[in-house]
Design a protein around this ligand. Structure first.
Ligand code: BEZ
Length: 209
């Protein structure tokens, strides 16, 4: 086994960390990275993490030379340039912008879902804002609709940056917002997700139950 040369600051529940882990598996680089778990919430930061990423967010990746990369999009781009296989982020042309835009939409689902989690779990009950929660759920709904109607063929063609990000977003919805019951309204996405969930990279990075 190769000695890990990089350190990934992580939490096993973070879907943004999961994106990085999936890409590491898919590109045969998992053994290059050791995991350092950090305990944090937006209101209880980790001093260790803050010393590496002043924004206090995971994932952060410390490289062999001590430099630290963040956020997940930057880390994915970096790691995708460190293997010899077919890139998972198209390097140029229309495909690059299309797939990065799809990945950004899947990241927006994640931002909304993580925000909902904080609002409904961390924020004191008397301060919660139902309209804000409803607006996040609508954002997720519109985004899933777009994937269902316009992207199934592309998603099925390659497990790349867009597919990885969406798979992690759907996994997170199942983990933290099962009440959204998205499969009922998006059957093609449900079938696609059932298939990609079998990939070793997805199985190895499942959030804790
Ligand atoms: C969660 O527990 O849902 C979570 C943890 C870390 C980052 C984002 C979400």
């Amino acid at each position: 086994m190769a000695t890990p040369s990089m350190t990934l600051f992580h939490s096993p529940a973070s879907p943004f960390v999961r994106k990085v882990l999936v890409l590491l598996h898919e590109t045969g680089q998992r053994e290059r990275v050791q995991l350092e778990e950090v305990q944090l919430t937006p209101v209880s930061p980790s001093a260790t993490l803050n010393a590496h990423n002043p924004a206090g967010k995971i994932p952060a990746l410390r490289l062999a030379d001590g430099n630290v990369l963040y956020d997940s999009r930057v880390i994915l781009e970096y790691l995708d340039q460190q293997h010899v296989g077919e890139p998972l982020i198209p390097p140029c042309g229309a495909a690059r912008w299309r797939r990065l835009t799809q990945a950004a939409l899947a990241d927006a689902i994640l931002d909304a879902a993580v925000g909902m989690r904080y609002e409904s779990f961390l924020r004191p009950e008397d301060k919660r804002w139902p309209q804000w929660l409803a607006a996040q759920a609508e954002k997720i709904e519109r985004s899933l609709q777009q994937f269902e109607e316009q992207a199934i063929a592309e998603l099925s063609s390659r497990f790349d940056i867009a597919a990885i990000t969406l798979a992690c977003a759907l996994g997170y919805l199942d983990f933290r917002q099962p009440e959204l019951d998205w499969r009922q309204r998006f059957p093609q996405l449900a079938a696609w997700f059932a298939e990609v969930s079998q990939r070793p990279s997805m199985q190895a990075s499942e959030p804790p139950r």
